[in-house]
Structure formats: C-alpha cells, structure tokens
Design a protein around this ligand. Structure first.
Ligand SMILES: *Cc1c(COP(=O)(O)O)cnc(C)c1O
Length: 419
C-alpha cells in the first residue's frame, strides 16, 4: 500500500459529510463514494477540514492506472513509457509516477533535469528517467552521475556526450532526437547528415532510443502526420539500428504504424482523449468543486465584478464562489465559462477575480446555491475539454494551471478494482 490515510479519525468524522451530494463524492470514514458505484480510498496529507478550502480537486489515481493499461494494450508489443513532466501535468508526479511503476511502467519522461532529480527519489532504481529538453552546457556530468538519460537534441549535444563517455570510459545512456518537421528540438537535416556520416555515438554511448515528435498528432487527418512518419523512417534507414519512439498521446490513437518500439503518452494518462473524441476509451481523472461563499440579490442594471463588464438586465441572483485565477481558473473564462449546480448549467458573469468568481443563478430561483454548497467546475457535466474550449485554450493548459490552494483528494483502490 503506497498511500495511507493521514487525516485524523476525529477530523474525518466531524467533516465526513462535507462532500455530500457533490461531484467529489461522499466521504465515509476513509472511503469515498464517487457515484456510479465507485468507491475508493481517499488520501489527504493534512488535518485541515474540507470546509476550510475554497475548492476541492479530486484526482482519481485508479483512472490514471486504467488509462495506462488501456494504452499498454493498444500498443503491445510496443512498450508504453509515461510522460510525467510539469509535475505530471499538475496532478503530482510524486503520486503518479510510483503508481505507474507499480502498473509496470519502467520508462519515464520529464522535461527538465531538475524534474528528473526530483523523480529519482520517488522511483526504484530500475526505472529509467529521460529528460526531453536534454542537457544544458555544464550539466552533462551531473546527469551522467545520476544515471539520468538526456535527450540529445543537437549535434553539439551529441559531441559533448561523446566526450564525456570517452573521459569516463563508459557507454553512458542517451536518447537521440531527430526533428522531422516541428522545428522545436532535435537534429535538423544538416545535423542528421553529420550523424549519418559519423554514427560513432551509437558505439560510444548506450543509445536507448531514437525519437521524434509529431506537431499535429491531435489532427487525425492532417497530412503532416504521415509526412513526419515518412521522414522518420527515412532517417532511421540511414542510421544504425536502435529502438524508436515517435508517438505521444495523439500518435498512439492515429494507428499502429506510429507505435514503433515505445510510445510516450502524457495527456491521455491524465484523462483527456488526444483527438478530442467523445465517447472515448480514456477515463476522466480530475474533478473540481468549489464552495459557494455567498448569494445575493441585485436589481436590474447592476454592474458585476471588476470593470463592471456584466450588467444585469433584470433583477438577478448573483452567487460568488471561492475559486479564481490564482487557482488556475483562467481569466479568459470571465463572461464565457460556466459551472454546474445539481446538474444545471450556471454561467459565469463578470470577470474572474483572483480568489472568486460571480455566477448568475437567477434561473435557479429558490434553489440557488447557498454559502457552503459546492458547485461543479470539472466533473460529470463539464469536462476539461469543455472548460478549455470556453477559455480558448487546450486541456493541457487548464490542467497544468490548476493551483496549489485546493484541497487535493487522491482516490485509490476503488472497490471495483479489488480482486
Ligand atoms: C509532452 C511531450 C509528450 C507527451 O505529449 P502528450 O500529448 O501529452 O501525450 C511526448 N513527447 C514529447 C517530446 C513531449 O514534449
């Protein structure tokens, strides 16, 4: 059992009903009822009651494992790595990575070296950790000492790594990235020719993988995908044999031709269908519920919030909730986004403040939410995709923006999973 229930029993009891009837679920002792017959253990590392938090972020770890297993089956015999950069897309790499290790994952990608160092402490030594952004000059040695695998993104990086292998008299592990059409990271054409002319790095170092990255894998029918696939195959044909990884979440769902030896899913693990499809085999992972702070009645012609950007056209009920842009609820959602109360859509009116948001609940009449009630921001009625669309962005940005002021509830070992 990796995670324990740390909340003191008295606290759990006295605040046990606070989540009643919300998307976050109903807490019974150290179990949480999520609806749909889902039952799981909850874990919360502090002793502050739920009612002290503005909002509650529930992260379903079981769903992450389920998504990993779904992908594993889809791509077999190719291996599935896990991308846990940016703190596992904001969901907590410390919790997510060990769980995926338990599920059989042995290859983890982060973006920065510092993330690799942090992750190293969380994983057994047979887990490989690779750094997508590669090595900055001067970090080669500490990368090698920690047995962290850099992605070599340029000819210069290859030469530096080769030099280090020579001076350490070791075939140090590394990954080579080729740019097949994204112009972001990896060897460009002229560098690729140099590598073809002098492939000695494949002998001098332990080249675990040759990788590339697709620019438009979220666009199922984009001709850019087969074009990058062809460019990758052409490059590989000129290089010594090695294992290959091309697909992130999007590429996994294109077709098996993109799978090669390993895939690198990120967003799909965290509950978002990379092609934006619904229904999808990917299980949602996060839900977010915010407390109502107050509900007030205002006359027609009232200007709501900073800048008075919304003016009521009728006598209105305005409900203020305890979440704002400091929590990652983007300011772009002002006068655009919505939340749900008991399954009914409630529009955001006025600007999003740092710590609060105003809602027009007039249509709910007597049933408008009151202080202490919870409203759904992400959950059964509103997906991450919906929120991203309203905010004019992508689910990745919503996820990685979710703040650190929430009560974070990690759900694990749902009843249905027990054998
Ligand atoms: C972020 C990233 C991934 C994961 O992408 P998703 O779309 O989240 O699956 C994979 N490979 C590279 C190179 C990345 O930068």
């Amino acid at each position: 059992m990796l995670f324990t229930y740390d909340r003191q029993p008295e606290m759990a009891k006295s605040h046990g009903n606070k989540l009643k009837g919300t998307n976050a679920g109903i807490r019974i002792g150290n179990r949480i009822y999520l609806g749909n017959n889902e039952m799981g253990e909850i874990q919360n590392n502090n002793k502050i009651p739920t009612s002290a938090y503005g909002a509650i972020l529930t992260i379903n770890l079981d769903a992450i494992v389920e998504n990993y297993n779904t992908i594993k089956k889809m791509v077999a015999p190719a291996q599935s790595a896990a991308v846990v950069k940016a703190d596992a897309y904001g969901l907590g790499a410390q919790k997510v990575a060990p769980l995926l290790y338990e599920a059989g994952c042995r290859f983890f990608f982060v973006a920065e070296l510092v993330e690799a160092f942090r992750l190293k402490d969380e994983l057994p030594t047979d887990a490989s950790i690779a750094v997508l952004n590669g090595i900055l000059p001067g970090t080669e040695k500490i990368t090698a000492e920690a047995e962290i695998i850099p992605v070599l993104n340029s000819w210069e990086a290859i030469l530096d790594w080769q030099k280090l292998c020579a001076s350490e008299a070791k075939r140090l592990p590394a990954i080579i990235q080729i740019d097949t059409g994204m112009c972001r990271l990896g060897l460009d054409n002229s560098e690729l020719y140099r590598l073809v002319a002098d492939p000695s790095i494949f002998n001098d170092a332990d080249i675990k993988l040759v990788i590339s990255h697709l620019a438009k894998s979220d666009e199922e029918n984009s001709p850019a995908n087969p074009a990058q696939l062809e460019a990758m195959k052409k490059a590989l044909a000129k290089l010594p044999t090695s294992k290959v990884a091309l697909a992130a979440s999007g590429g996994i769902f294109l077709n098996t031709g993109y799978h090669f030896n390993m895939v690198r899913p990120g967003i799909a693990l965290y509950g978002v269908d990379p092609l934006g499809k619904s229904p999808t085999v990917i299980k949602p992972v996060v839900s977010l519920d915010a407390h109502v702070i107050q509900t007030r009645h205002v006359p027609a012609g009232s200007a709501i919030g900073y800048g008075g950007t919304f003016i009521t056209e009728r006598p209105s009920t305005i409900t203020t909730i305890s979440v704002g842009y400091a929590d990652g609820w983007l300011r772009a959602l002002g006068n655009k986004g919505s939340v749900y109360f008991k399954g009914v859509r409630v529009p955001i009116v006025g600007r999003v403040s740092m710590d609060s948001i105003t809602l027009d609940t007039t249509h709910l009449g007597e049933n408008a939410p009151k202080a202490g009630d919870l409203v759904e921001l992400i959950g059964k009625h509103q997906s991450l995709d919906d929120v991203a669309r309203d905010a004019g962005t992508i689910p990745y940005e919503i996820l990685t923006s979710l703040g650190h002021r929430y009560e974070r509830i990690y759900v694990k070992n749902r009843e249905g999973n027990k054998k």
